[in-house]
Design a protein around this ligand. Sequence first.
Ligand code: SF4
Length: 318
Amino acid sequence: MVPASPTECLGLHHGGAGWTRLLAAGRLASRGGVSATPRIGPLHETRLHGLLGWTGRRDTLELLFVSGGAVGARSDIEWTEATWNPTTGCDRTSPGCDHCYALTLANRLKAMGVDKYQADGNPRTSGPGFKLTIHEDSLGIPFGWKQPRLVFVNSMSDLFHRDVPVAFIRSVFEVMSATPRHTYQVLTKRSRRLRQLAPSLDWPSNVWMGVSVETTRYRFRIDDLRAVPATVRFVSAEPLLGRLGDIDLTGIDWLIAGGESGPRARPMDISWGRELRDHCVECDVRFFFKQWGGRTPKIGGRELDGRTWDDMPDRTAV
Ligand code: SF4
């Protein structure tokens, strides 16, 4: 296996139709009819579900996703379109982190030689390639995306991790503010730090702020979120590991629910999802059901009571 390195990806077009297929033989083809034969090694599609964190120096092809054979500068996460990782790496902080997909993926990306994933974290809480790392050179990436995008910030990290300096968090917010054509989704489990820093940050209307809540024990994160002056506040109940009950959704605009996926996925009870859906409908909160989960993300499907639930807040800039 010869991994693609950032410089080998330079100059590839990553907008418009986007790249759609990475052939195992090492050829990249796009739906838009453009094709190129960069010096990409024989990446094996089926082993690379998720993102590949490439960042070019002259051009940026920061994120490629491989999902069922599709590769693009776009995300395959159902509730977003692209991802941007100005920091990478993290440390497990609560049971929702037990099977962190980013930690597993960072390990693979390190083995592939991807620059952003070479620092090893604490083996007790993190892992190979997953040490919290700041990437100043990734700050400019959203400026290069000419078309408006819905961007998940730090899909491979947590912006409010204690090791991210406040000045860098401010820089990320400045970029989001300076690129109002995009809508940003920032999701954290570090709600205490979020709450503490929120008054010192500028909150442009294109930033949606969210917290993850996997069991009732972490409902306090919603209280912290409520104190944040974001235009859109959202809760990610994924992986949902227990019944959340009638959580207080005052001031919350959107809730995403979903079961865990992966080889050691913990099952989600149908009643937990139903109860959250009903509570959202009752409280007039938009509800998005991502997946039931299981061995793979798609295996259990994403219908709840015979239909999909894809409600989302309105975008400010699209
Ligand atoms: S907070 Fe998120 S990125 Fe960090 S270890 Fe937990 S699940 Fe992974």
